[in-house]
Write a protein that binds this ligand. Sequence first.
Ligand code: AMP
Length: 193
Amino acid sequence: MTKIKSVCVYCGSSSRVDQAFKDAAEELGKHLAAQDWDVVYGGGRVGLMGIVADSALEAGRKVIGIIPEHIQEREIEHTDLTELHVVDSMHTRKQMMVDKSDAFVILAGGLGTLDEFFELLTWKQLGLHDKPIVVCNVKGYWDKLMETIDHIAAEGFMRPEDRSFVVVDTVEEVAEALKSAPQETIDPKTKWI
Ligand code: AMP
């Protein structure tokens, strides 16, 4: 695996969430910065996204935001980032977020976060990347999703090995989990069950 230099964070753009998630977002920014890792994210200054960015910036790290033109207004881009890329589409944004990052963290979020998480998993399943993915399951937020993924595997609709991420319960476990995440690249040609 390439040495981790930058970590992409996927998390919610909503601010109307429990304080525990906001605290986790702040802690995550500091935690990644303490590893000397740069942060890549969706470029907004709203919700948990903005909190992670502010916290990593405050800790002196480089924070790279990638936002599509058409939601720039709605998500209110962060204006103090080290780099802000305004791109033409959601697809370009997601591709660039993956290309610019060596590892990924999923914090609590909504449908956008889910979409990004599943794209990461399906791209990995198809052999398009082999970068580590950690789900930070603060307050057991993703428990039901984990059950659903286990159910999908148990029913034979995915291979158990394509559950290619590590789950931790707290932010302080994230860095270690990313560094020790399993590195086997699954041959996509063997994918079909
Ligand atoms: P959310 O988790 O829904 O608060 O969204 C988190 C991030 O995902 C935000 O930056 C959204 O712009 C982004 N997002 C929202 N919907 C989608 C989508 N359909 N595909 C990809 N990203 C999305």
